[in-house]
Structures are given as structure tokens and as C-alpha cells.
Design a protein around this ligand. Sequence first.
Ligand code: ZN
Length: 321
Amino acid sequence: MDTRTNNYIGGLHHITVLADDGRRNVEFYAGVLGLRLIKQTVNFDDPGVYHLYYGDQTGSPGTILTFFPYRGLPPGKTGIGQSVVVSFSLPLSSLAFWEHRLKRLDIAFEKPSERFNREALISLKDIDGLKLELVFNELDTREGFASGHIPAKHAIRGLFGTELWVEDLAPTAGLLTGLMTHQLLAEQGSRMRFGVEDSPGKYVDVQVPSNKAQGRNGNGSVHHIAFRTPGQLSQNILWEKLRGAGMHPTPVIDRQYFRSVYFREPGGVLFEIATDDPGFLVDESAETLGQSLMLPSRHENRRHELEAVLPALDVNLSPYY
Ligand code: ZN
């Protein structure tokens, strides 16, 4: 961390989504998209529900997508005050591979389009209606999950970014470019792209949609987006800055794999600041990551009870895809 530039935020850490069925979630994200299931744990605030984490080989910040699968959760409604898209980054040369793959797996998608004259994207929906984008670009130097069942050269590299819908652009843009140290990187139509630097995994696009209906969280909605910060020191500094700017950050919460502070940005989207440390190898080895249910020590005494209510997940999907 370089304290001279006040650069306490390093782009996105993870995005967390509400879903329905955990098994179908694994089939789609590990099976179809080829992400690595890096952690099976429970929602620490509601331990009868899974918290599933996907990412690259080791769960590097900026590659992580997480889900709370609540079976039977009513669908959400896309609108103002939400992050409405999860975008993944892929090599430009992989476009044809993914078009073919999605067709073969009978997954509907919109025909490729171009954005900012430098990226090609395919839009699709996941099994619960969440809008996803595969963004093919030439900027990403990350490896992605290189030992999955998708050829390494075509693997998802990590998150590309997200898109926020707000009623009034200025307050959200002001927060991002102010204490969150983002820059306005590009503008096209009503879309403004912000990032701490011009690099996949760090993009936050903001739009004021023509339809001003409020969003409602439910199945298939993004619950929050998390920005990464190196550790406790930089997180504490950000916490003070957020307080000073009139936000209401929560106290620091231990999430076992990172420490979190949550606050609602002025446009209504729930933001989190998550630390890079200690990371996902704190309780499992890189080889066995995501293979079995991990519980924080305070829930370990409930393991039998929780294993009985949580559906068993099939984590070895490659033969089917
Ligand atoms: Zn989070």
C-alpha cells in the first residue's frame, strides 16, 4: 500500500448474489462457466444456508463471486439502487469458443456486441435470472482457473466489473472519484465507467436508467459488491474517511477469509470494503480448496445439524461438461 497516494482501494474484491438452489448453482458456475468452487461454508449470520464462493485457483481478490442460496426465495426485481450485472473477463480470442460452448449446452445468450470500441461482450442470464456478461478483451493478464475442465487459454480470468443503476449519478460518482479514489475512465451514451485503474477486475460502470423503478432484492439479485483493500490498516483509514463523509460504515466484521466493513453508497447500492488478507487458504490447502464444508470455529459445534439440512453438492462436475 502506498499511503502517499491514499490508494487504499485496489478494485473489486468480490460480488455476492442471492440465489435459489445450491446444487444448481454449482452446476452452472463450476460446471458451465468453469469457475473453481473455492469455498463451501455457511452464511455466518444465518448458518442454515450455504455461502458458496467461486474464483480462480486460490480465490484471488477480484476473481471472487459468492452466493447465498435460499431455496424458494422469491425473484428479485432489477432497478434503481442495485448492482445489476456481474461481468466476467475473458481473452478476446476466446469469443468463438464461448459462443460454441453456450450453444452446445443450450444456454440462451444475446449475440455478441461491442462496447467502448475495445471489448466484445455476450450477455446471458444465470439459472436464477441474474444478468451476466462475458467480456472479451485484450487487457487481462490474470490466469483464471487454469486447471479446470475448460482449456486454460479460454478460462474466465476473474471479474471484469459490474454495473450500478442509480437515480442520480453525481452522488455515486462523487463517492467513487472522491474517497474511493476511482477515475472516470470512459463514457458512452448514459454509461460511465469508473475504476481505480484501467484494468479488468476494477471496473464499476454507472448508469441512470430511463426506467426509474426501484430494484428489489430477491433470487437472482446482487446483494452487495465488495472492494478490496490490503489489510486492517488501510481498512481502518477508509472506515474513518467514510465516517467523515457522512456514510454509516458497520464495525469491522470477521468473515474468516477477509474482514469486512459494509455501507450503503448514496445511490442505494450496498458496498463492502474487504481485506485481501488472510485469504482462502487459511483453513484449506490449495489442492483441496472447496471440496468440503468449512465452518468458522463458532459454528463448528453445529456441524452435524448443519450438514443434515444443507444439500450435498456435487463438486466433481467436469465429466458432464
Ligand atoms: Zn461480501
